[in-house]
Design a binder for this molecule. Structure first.
Ligand SMILES: Nc1ncnc2c1ncn2[C@@H]1O[C@H](COP(=O)(O)OP(=O)(O)O)[C@@H](O)[C@H]1O
Ligand SMILES: O=C(O)[C@H]1O[C@H](OP(=O)(O)O)[C@H](O)[C@@H](O)[C@@H]1O
Ligand SMILES: [Mg+2]
Length: 379
């Protein structure tokens, strides 16, 4: 685009923003996330390093209104079908639910939290709608992106951003999903609330003393170029019930020690990133996935998911799941030529291959003020 056209586009964007703010309309985006090291130990008092992924996002729009309305999305909350096979096909691919229940759940959790903490909410009402381009069931945290963007809208509509600390917000997002029976941990929600690259420590002591983990934003320039692989229709992958959580609760020694080792990949990864020791980063990423595979087993992970990891490893790259499966994050130690080999291999295998775009932190001044002073600084 020419500089002149850029200028016109910029003015149009500003005009639209002004029009929206005059009408009291609030819009927030929340991005997908990549668990780079340590996941899923976040669910087990472990540690993680994750970042906000600019390639995909969800957006939520809040418009002041006479009634309180949650607007179904025209495609994600489809209730009108061409035929019975269309309905069945849709349920088989995407399940029964869209985002409406997520918006309702965060409204409930936000209200309860405000009440319990003597945060006064005005009587205004609103219409809440959403959109998302985060591929579903790919372990890129599409559900919490919708919840996170909605929470941000509520914070601004009720003007309580300064009263609900940044560290607490991931818990609210997680609680909204727990309310719906969605099994999840805090890692994703932390990355989505903070943006950028974050080191997280979920040690039992922190969780019990503070009610949340310790979260340290890191400079995104510490990251080498990374790539993302995902499957557009991730079939049955990762859906087989896993017994890992029960085994951990039952004190299974192998699961407990393996989870500690997974958590250590994040601790060692912190030093490796700070020193830009990318050889070490590659070995930690591989180790992280290998430990997951030993704990969960091939059936629970799914053949397609394992193939996504293997396709990268066959060209000598390091790879692991971004979340619980469906997408893989890759580091190519040999640089662009290796990435090209991988791109070709992905095309042959029918996987989508994309360079990763890391989103910088999007905390504003009001958000940062809610943080305790030693957690304000980026490491
Ligand atoms: N793209 C989407 N559009 C609408 N709702 C979604 C979308 N992705 C997830 N959800 C909602 O979140 C719930 C959990 O989604 P999940 O499969 O865990 O996705 P993810 O791993 O991407 O977070 C779904 O049952 C649905 O209610
Ligand atoms: O297993 C994991 O790595 C993560 O799984 C969940 O994320 P999802 O995007 O649904 O795959 C969970 O919410 C995270 O806390 C785990 O680390
Ligand atoms: Mg989810």
């Amino acid at each position: 685009m020419s500089p002149n056209l850029d200028g016109i586009r910029w003015q149009q964007d500003r005009k639209m923003e002004n029009d929206r703010s005059e009408n009291g309309i609030i819009e927030h985006k929340s991005y997908a996330r990549v668990g780079l090291l340590g996941n899923p130990s976040d669910v087990y008092y472990g540690r993680a390093i994750s970042f906000s992924l600019g390639n995909f996002w969800a957006s939520v729009r809040l418009e002041p209104s006479e009634d309180l309305t949650i607007v179904p999305h025209p495609t994600h909350d489809l209730v009108q079908f061409n035929s019975l096979p269309h309905l069945v096909n849709r349920l088989q691919n995407d399940g029964y639910y869209g985002g409406v229940r997520l918006l309702m759940a965060i409204c409930k959790i936000f209200y309860s939290y405000s009440k319990e903490n003597d945060i006064n909410l005005h009587d205004g009402k609103f219409k809440l709608s959403y959109d998302t381009n985060i591929p579903r069931q790919t372990g890129l945290s599409g559900s919490s992106a919708i919840v996170c963007a909605a929470l941000s809208c509520l914070l601004d509509f009720y003007k309580v951003r300064h009263l609900i600390k940044v560290e607490v917000r991931p818990n609210l997002i997680l609680n909204a999903e727990k309310e719906l029976g969605i099994v999840a941990g805090l890692q994703d929600r932390v990355a989505q609330v903070y943006g950028g690259l974050i080191y997280m420590d979920f040690s039992k002591k922190h969780i019990e003393d503070l009610g949340h983990g310790l979260y340290r934003p890191m400079n995104i320039d510490l990251l080498p170029p990374l790539y993302l692989i995902y499957a557009e229709n991730p079939s049955d992958s990762g859906k087989i019930h896993s017994t890992v959580r029960q085994r951990w609760l039952d004190g299974d020694k192998f699961i407990i020690s393996s989870m500690e080792e997974v958590a250590n990949t994040a601790l060692e990864g912190l030093t490796a990133l700070l020193e830009k020791d990318y050889t070490k980063l590659a070995s930690l990423m591989n180790r992280n996935f290998d430990l997951r595979r030993q704990m969960f087993g091939n059936d629970a992970l799914g053949a397609l998911n394992i193939e996504m990891v293997e396709v990268a490893r066959r060209v000598g790259a390091a790879s692991k799941f971004t979340g619980s499966g469906g997408a893989v994050v890759v580091f190519c130690p040999d640089g662009p030529s290796q990435a090209k080999l991988l791109e070709d291999a992905c095309e042959k295998a029918g996987f989508v291959f994309q360079p990763v775009k890391v989103m910088p932190s999007f905390l504003n001044e009001v958000d940062i003020e809610t943080l305790s002073s030693k957690l304000k600084q980026t490491i």
